[in-house]
Design a protein around this ligand. Sequence first.
Ligand code: ASN
Length: 311
Amino acid sequence: MTHSSILLPNASHLRKKGKIVEILKIQTEVLIAIHEFLYQEELLQLMPVIVSPITDPLCHPVYEASIKYLNQRLQLTKSMALHKQIAISTLDVKGIYIVSPNVRLEKDIQSDNHLLEFSQLDIELRDASTLEFMSFMEDLIIYMLAKVRDRCKKELKILGAEIKIPKKPFQVYSSWDLRSEFGSAFKSQITQREADLFWITDFEREFYDKEDETRRGHYLNYDLYYPEGYGEALSGGERDYEYEVIVRKLEERNQSLGDFVPYLELAKAAMLGPSAGGGLGIERLIRFLTKRPHIREITLFPKVPGEPIFL
Ligand code: ASN
């Protein structure tokens, strides 16, 4: 059998060697520093969930990614948002984390910052507020950046990348203010303009992010952004956990209750509790630290939306 090489051009990074060794060394040190910080903070690490009857519905369109096993339809994990909330409600600990692989078969995204398969550092803190979670993440990021700057001097020099340590507290913008200043494309505008990491708060999105009880239509959630045009780093929020509220929000979003049966059963049995969390994209973080023009450059097996997959 003969084969044509329509896929091989997509894999030029495997041949040209690039600076992938330095990039992966930085990724290794990033993960070690993150584990160190979370260990000191006494969070427990959970193993990832890959298939489950439920997953994050997301708030943008993706192709279905599921498999049938016996009589069940199992979803490939889009994020562990629902499992994290269930875990922290079940375990009497300060917080949990997972380095979690996610599959999102993007439909119409063209960007230098998306992969169909990626990993996020998912964290959930028990009883935490928005401000407490944001402060926790700032400490984590400052700790990790200082360690990587220290431990990867040679690699950063080869890559021509400098690590600047941000000061706490990071700047916070409301999405409402940014929308009125920049219009609907505010995210790409503001990430170009800023010189340090910053937060954007209060987005209307997935049903599990907590709505502000005193201001309906406003949300206790946040995104962390990189400066210099590197875009979104983390998204997360405080969680709604009361059955009636969750059902109302699913209905408002025209989402089928049948897609969330085990989660709704736990909510109905009052087995969900207050927490806040978020997911930090690992590949995006490495791209930002190594200052690569496209996220494909920091992984050996990139899966870029709209392109055939080589490996
Ligand atoms: N990581 C997000 C969260 O924890 C969910 C997501 O990735 N869509 O809220």
